[in-house]
Ligand binder design. Sequence first.
Ligand code: ZN
Length: 377
Amino acid sequence: MSEKLYEKDAYIKEFTAIVVDCLTIDNGFKIVLDKTAFFPEGGGQAGDKGTLNDANVFDTQIENDVVYHFTSQPINVGDTVECKIDFDRRFNFMQNHTGEHIVSGIAHKLFGVNNVGFHLGEELVTIDFDKELTREQLNQVEFLANQKVWQNLPVKAYYPSDEELKNTDYRSKKEIDGAVRLVKIKDTDICACCAPHVKTTGEIGLIKLLDTERMRGGIRIVLKCGMFALNDYKNKYENISQISSMLSAKQENSFEAVQKLDEKCALANQKTNELKKKIAELTIASANENTKYIFVDDCDIKDLQVMADKLHKTLGGIRAVFSGSDQNYSFAICGADADLQEFFNNFKSKFAVRGGGRGGMVQGTVIASQENIKNFF
Ligand SMILES: [Zn+2]
């Protein structure tokens, strides 16, 4: 059992400890210290990273109350080590974790939803509630949660006495073995939790609820607090400022500008399709008995099928239409089925062909040069 410094003080960045065990594992070593401020993965939060002397700690886990520091190099048992936590990363986690407690506490009080899952990783923070919430309800929760930040309320983590625990109404994700540690946010929430938290809610900064996804009768919400929220804002600001200047629209009107652009594109596509159809009709009209194949620009399989069918119906025999670029053509070929299958088998034996078909029509793709296809015909 290791002394858990992180339980009493979430702000220890550096400390000195003695190595009491060093175990070899598949991808490195598991170091046990007499005491540690490295938080091991738990309560949805990822384990801390950092260094023990110059050994890199890439993960921290807890098993049977023993904290294991995962390193890529061994350290002698009995050595005294200087331990450093990647505290920027940890502090971002603390901001998000305390933010999650505020959001869950408020959502529980207002709408009776229970937090049934929490994931706090490098990229993504998610909260799972057991009932669905509307966007308006989420907006309400988000606003009240940010108000709690502005009020800069104290956050306290403690082990209550049995008597105290009995008389305390607290949230808990599951039945907990052993002593229950509570995290109390003044006038907001009390929840059983093993993780480090910020001292006051003001340290969280912004709390932002982002995408939602329905799941098992409930809802999963992407949450970003503090540094994560700031980075998200920065990325989105860069995006929206580029979009707005590209479309010569105010940032707040960018969506309307994109909608208009989308309508314009749809209209242009429609015109392009009409022109393609006209070109195809003219190409077919100028075809004669000797036109066994046609190469056309920018047509999809459907266009090719229509054109090949028309050629065959007008002129009889086997007629093919190709579209694409050298060594990468799509095609449709029409003909009386028996003749066509024999022709197609021959075609497949000459080139790398993917595709097939029946009832007088085959289609697919072929890897060949235009020159070789022409020679084949
Ligand atoms: Zn927690």
